[in-house]
Design a protein around this ligand. Structure first.
Ligand SMILES: [Zn+2]
Length: 81
């Protein structure tokens, strides 16, 4: 978000449909960029190496507890546990 007069930029967690104002000037902030969460998945596992494996179809990293690859949507091979 950017304050039009000062050009100061802040990164905040904005909710759609809400207006945000600059804390110092009280001006409405302009959204300049949106950050989207990386590959939203139904997995509960944190995105860390020990929880990831490569998809046998597209070679992208997926969380181990997923049944379907979040990248190509294909069924992952069962893990050998
Ligand atoms: Zn895949």
């Amino acid at each position: 978000m950017r304050t039009p007069s000062t050009g100061r930029e802040v990164v905040i967690e904005a909710e759609a449909g809400k207006a945000y104002v600059d804390r110092e000037t009280g001006e409405p902030l302009e959204p300049v960029a949106q950050l989207l969460p990386l590959a939203p998945t139904p997995s509960e596992l944190p995105w860390s190496v020990e929880n990831l494996r490569f998809c046998n179809w597209c070679d992208q990293l997926c969380q181990k507890d997923l049944n379907d690859c979040p990248h190509c949507g294909r069924r992952l091979e069962p893990l050998d546990l």
